[in-house]
Design a protein. Structure first.
Length: 332
């Protein structure tokens, strides 16, 4: 069934009928009415040791930071401003207070930067793996919220950042842990894996641009996340592999370690840049505006097609097949 299939089955089996002003399952955040055109955004993420992180290979401070960052990215994907957080922890009995101090040091460093407050949560002891759950609330103007359902045939598919660095960092961890990781290239990839940068200003800016159709964050990989836009928008897509923005450090590590560069970039998760679709005639102007505001360009990587839910990869005009797909909790 896979993760996507399970979520679709769950939504159908519940048979819920929601009011028109509420958005539930299927986007980066639930959207609830609040004051006037102001909407409340709600997102939650569950992080499990051994699945989402490796406790013996990530510093507690980095884990605290990252636990919040992945939720902030969901708010960014809807064009919102984060406000309040709830944190629940299931900790093994042997967890030291020094670990907790470091965890909350990382959390605090990002929460202060994002100007959010921790309002509550829950704690418990576990005899199994560590579990971290974060629920984040934010605000957005209803008319500016971007959904996954806004893509149209002909739209340009673009991302706001480079792809594959976090996946490269994960591969290094699985290969050698904290020791013997080489030089600056390896450190670059590890930094992107441990401390992703949620793109809140970029999301807020893009949400206010009418030429942007759909938007979401790249959490499970371009391959998986573009398919989610395709499903919600009832369309297909083409991705041009030679246009994927791969940082030089990752290119060099792919050659050094024998990784498939295109698969790392297209299928690797946790980059947490934004994935958008843009009306084709408006892309050059939007790209210039983005450059003026953020000092870098958007990366066009493909286009939306009419072929419903069919994702095609092209290289030099020829269709190719990736051996690795994006992350799926029920298949990976």
């Amino acid at each position: 069934m896979g993760e996507f299939g399970f979520i679709a089955w769950l939504a159908k089996s519940l048979g819920q009928s929601l009011p028109q002003n509420i958005t539930g399952i299927g986007d980066d955040c639930a959207v609830l009415p609040w004051k006037g055109d102001q909407k409340l955004l709600v997102t939650t993420d569950l992080l499990l040791d051994g699945v989402h992180f490796l406790k013996d290979k990530i510093a507690a401070r980095d884990l605290g930071y990252k636990s919040l960052a992945v939720n902030l990215s969901d708010i960014a994907a809807m064009g919102g401003r984060p406000r309040w957080a709830f944190l629940s922890l299931a900790l093994p009995a042997e967890t030291e207070i020094s670990w907790a101090e470091d965890f909350f040091s990382g959390w605090k460093s990002l929460s202060q930067k994002a100007e959010i407050k921790l309002l509550g949560g829950d704690t418990t002891r576990t005899t199994g793996a560590m579990v971290i759950n974060v629920t984040l609330l934010g605000k957005a103007e209803g008319k500016y919220i971007k959904y996954r359902s806004g893509a149209r045939p002909g739209d340009i598919v673009a991302v706001t950042g480079q792809l594959g660095s976090s996946e490269g960092g994960l591969r290094l961890l699985l290969r050698s842990g904290f020791k013997n990781l080489g030089g600056q290239d390896e450190k670059f990839l590890l930094r992107h894996h441990f401390q992703p940068q949620p793109q809140l200003p970029e999301g807020f800016f893009l949400a206010h641009q009418p030429e942007v159709g759909a938007m979401m964050d790249v959490s499970d990989g371009l391959d998986s996340d573009l398919r989610r836009i395709m499903e919600r928008s009832g369309c297909g897509a083409e991705v041009y592999l030679e246009k994927l923005p791969v940082p030089p450090a990752l290119r060099r590590c792919c050659r050094k370690y024998g990784w498939n560069q295109e698969e790392v970039a297209a299928a690797g998760g946790e980059d947490y840049c934004l994935l958008i679709t843009v009306r084709p005639g408006s892309f050059p102007a939007l790209d210039r505006s983005f450059l003026r505001k953020f000092g870098r360009r958007l990366y066009p990587v493909g286009r939306i097609t009419k072929k419903r839910e069919q994702l095609v990869y092209l290289k030099a005009g020829r269709q190719v097949t990736l051996q690795k797909s994006g992350f799926d909790h029920f298949r990976t």
